[in-house]
Design a protein around this ligand. Structure first.
Ligand code: SF4
Length: 509
């Protein structure tokens, strides 16, 4: 039996910003190793530091004294801490294995340059990690990139989990997580729910695992078909609907009141959702928890799926999110997003609302091929949607390693400011110490400089969100203020607002 520590660094910057949500695979890896007979712990360092600012990773390591330390490098903002904890753990004598999307993308570079990393698992890790602990680092472990005795980087054979293997994995063995209750309570995000237009603030929110893979190539995203194919996942693999329904009921029994569903490899997902809904209806399962489901892969959900979701989940507290990214169909198409008209989008949003759900859309600002005029078109469209009581979210996409615009900057008409693993490592270090990076988003386009993109983002925020009616509506939704009190506050605020505007005009003259 070995002792294994799985570490999620998370992001906790010196300025108090934190991000503690872990990739779901860390629990399924831990559970597989536990079932193999090992002692396993999952440590979310950012969460521990949020809970106790004096938390010491070194002391924790000293006490547990693991034989293997598996470190998550899923997302680039925390790769500096992934490397830092790897180095500390190596000094204590453990074998160090990295995994996650960003580790997979830079696997060869990492093994080539950093001696304290023993191996990087590229792609799916549950079975390779299990075999590695059983028989040590050697050539026939699939997905494992490592250095041989002569210092040469060994490229492994590829392994992917079938649907049947995914069904057997457990993504919800929370007992493995240190501070599990604190973790589960911290995954609910009030801010997010204000933006979705829902008045329901979940007490315990968790994510539902449906499968892995994607078939699209969206300009800004690293979780695209090219990278998944490199890892061996040529098309999306789903868990079976029967197992997913059992998971929903299990999470409901654990007190989870809101499920986040973020796996929608359109159009493959349509069949899956129909089967899932049939399974729930046929067996007459009673489901009380809400859903926040994102149809983000570029398609619009069919009306029968929206209706089906409304039949089995409480739609009043649930949200359906769409992600057009731009108000311009041409920009959407060029960036690999949904090729549908704005009329179809609005029609779909109204169907979502008609079925009792809250509807929310995501836009980006500063996409490849986008001009200032295009961004203004998106802002106007967002304001139009706001009048229809649609929740709005607007971001600037930061440069992701492995994204199409990072892989082919010329094709996308962008200049990228971060190319190598070291570039991203330094950027992650800046985020950690709270230093404003020289290139915050990491790219500029042929039409918009990096500075201009950030200015447009600020402009978009002020035009979309700084609107009295919008703020008052959000205030009403979030605090569940009664209609009568709301009317009184609205009247007095508008008087104040008018006077304030008067004073402002007076000052200007
Ligand atoms: S953003 Fe595009 S590429 Fe990324 S996961 Fe979604 S559909 Fe796939």
């Amino acid at each position: 039996m070995s002792k294994i520590l799985l570490v999620h660094p998370g992001l906790i910057a010196d300025d108090g910003t934190y991000y503690t949500i872990m990739p779901m695979g860390i629990v399924s890896i831990g559970d597989k190793l536990l079932k193999d007979g090992h002692e396993v712990k999952i440590l979310n360092v950012a969460l521990e530091k949020k809970k106790n600012k004096n938390f010491s990773f070194e002391e924790y390591l000293e006490n547990f004294s693991p034989d293997f330390v598996g470190i998550d490098m899923q997302w680039y903002p925390y790769i500096y801490d992934s490397m830092l904890y790897a180095e500390i753990s190596k000094r204590k004598g453990a074998k160090i294995i990295l995994g996650g999307f960003n580790a997979s993308i830079f696997a060869k570079d990492i093994i080539d340059r950093f001696n304290f990393i023993d191996g990087v698992i590229v792609g799916e890790a549950e079975i390779p990690f299990s075999e590695l602990v059983k028989s040590g680092i050697k050539e026939d472990i699939p997905n494992l990139v490592y250095r041989d005795r002569n210092g040469r980087v060994v490229i492994p054979s590829k392994y992917i989990n079938s649907s049947e293997v995914l069904d057997e994995l457990d993504f919800y063995n929370f007992d493995l997580i240190e501070s599990k209750d604190y973790y589960l309570s911290s995954t609910s995000s009030t801010g997010n729910y204000i933006i979705t237009n829902s008045s329901y603030i979940p007490k315990k929110l968790y994510f539902l695992f449906l499968g892995r893979g994607c078939y699209k190539f969206c300009s800004y995203c690293s979780a695209n078909v090219y990278n998944f194919s490199k890892f061996g996942i040529k098309k999306p693999v789903f868990r079976s609907p029967r197992v997913v329904v059992q998971d929903i009921l299990r999470l409901q029994n654990m007190g989870v009141d809101m499920l986040h569903i973020e796996f929608d490899p359109h159009p493959f997902s349509e069949r899956f959702y129909r089967e899932l809904l049939d399974e729930i209806r046929w067996k007459r399962f009673k489901i009380d928890l809400g859903i926040n489901i994102g149809f983000w892969a570029g398609g619009l959900p069919h009306e029968d799926i929206i209706k089906g979701l409304a039949q089995v989940f409480p739609s009043k507290i649930s949200v359906i999110e769409l992600s057009p990214e731009s108000a311009d169909q041409r920009i959407r198409r060029l960036n690999g997003r949904g090729d549908y008209s704005n009329e179809d989008l609005v029609d779909n949003l109204l169907k979502i609302k008609k079925n009792g759900f809250h509807a929310c859309v995501y836009f980006f600002c500063g996409l490849p091929f986008e001009t200032e005029k295009d961004v203004n078109k998106t802002i106007d469209f967002a304001k139009y949607l706001r009048q229809k009581d649609i929740g709005l979210n607007l971001f600037v996409p930061s440069l992701e390693p492995g994204s199409p615009m990072w892989l082919h900057p010329n094709k996308y008409g962008v200049k990228i400011f971060r190319k190598t693993f070291e570039d991203f490592l330094y950027h992650s270090f800046c985020l950690k110490i709270g230093r404003f990076p020289e290139h915050p988003i990491g790219y500029e386009t042929n039409f918009l400089s990096e500075k201009k993109i950030m200015e447009l983002e600020m402009e978009a925020y002020s035009k979309i969100y700084l609107d009295l009616r919008y703020i008052m509506n959000r205030f009403k939704h979030s605090l569940k203020v009664s209609d009568n009190i709301y009317k009184k506050i609205k009247v007095s605020t508008s008087i104040l607002f008018k006077n304030y505007k008067g004073i402002w005009e007076f000052k200007k003259t």
